[in-house]
Design a protein around this ligand. Structure first.
Ligand SMILES: CC(C)(COP(=O)(O)OP(=O)(O)OC[C@H]1O[C@@H](n2cnc3c(N)ncnc32)[C@H](O)[C@@H]1OP(=O)(O)O)[C@@H](O)C(=O)NCCC(=O)NCCS
Length: 176
């Protein structure tokens, strides 16, 4: 069973272990969710928590969750509270990853399900998820959680296509 937890100093050693595996697998692409150089664990945890209300420059408010299963941080998932700029094209409301050694066990599907149950997600109501068309696992994760594919767009910034999915929670207005 996986549980979404807010970053905390108690979980930091387990998060460090997750981080080491992610860095080995993907270089610096996870940086926005990892400690900055010379940032101590307390400062890092506080910065992640502050993002809910007072994000760093350029970022929109977001809730960062660490996904914990059997004392292991297996993944990370973030819920952005609003869309701004390029997030409309790439990124959307929700971003996630699962450490390579824990993939194909249903964690991403369950992490997304749980984020969609949060009051913040319900308040947003209609959420955009973007995904590379060839990312089979992520496309499946989104579809299993009710994502409706509305378009595929070419994103200049990354010179690649992105599928756009919308997930509607409740009976708000229909999908754009
Ligand atoms: C995408 C990612 C989060 C999926 O995590 P995961 O925990 O392995 O996903 P799940 O176990 O919940 O699997 C979801 C579905 O994808 C399938 N799947 C998972 N990995 C797969 C793979 N490599 N090839 C084909 N299918 C795969 C699963 O079998 C499952 O299918 P099902 O619903 O029919 O059973 C993970 O691969 C990852 O972290 N990738 C790098 C970061 C990333 O791409 N993030 C998403 C950006 S949009």
């Amino acid at each position: 069973m996986v549980e979404l937890r807010l970053p905390s100093i108690e979980l930091f050693p387990a998060f460090q272990n997750f981080m080491a595996e992610m860095i080995l697998s993907g270089g610096d692409k996870w940086d926005p969710y990892f400690p900055a150089k010379e940032e101590c664990p307390i400062q890092f945890v506080e910065r992640m928590l502050r993002r809910q209300n007072h994000p760093e420059n350029q970022l929109v408010p977001e809730t960062v969750f660490w996904a914990v299963a059997n004392v292991l941080v297996v993944g990370r998932i973030s819920l952005r509270h609003e869309l701004k700029g390029n997030l409309h094209k790439i990124g959307g409301h929700i971003g996630y990853e699962v450490r390579p050694s824990c993939r194909r066990k249903g964690f991403a599907t369950e992490m997304l399900r749980q984020v969609l149950l949060t009051s913040k997600a319900k308040e947003i109501g209609k959420l955009l998820l973007t995904c590379a068309p060839d990312n089979v696992a992520s496309n499946k994760t989104i579809k299993t959680n009710g994502g409706q594919l509305t378009q595929k767009i070419f994103v200049e910034m990354v010179q690649a296509d992105r599928n756009h999915y919308w997930i509607s929670l409740g009976n708000q207005e229909s999908i754009r």
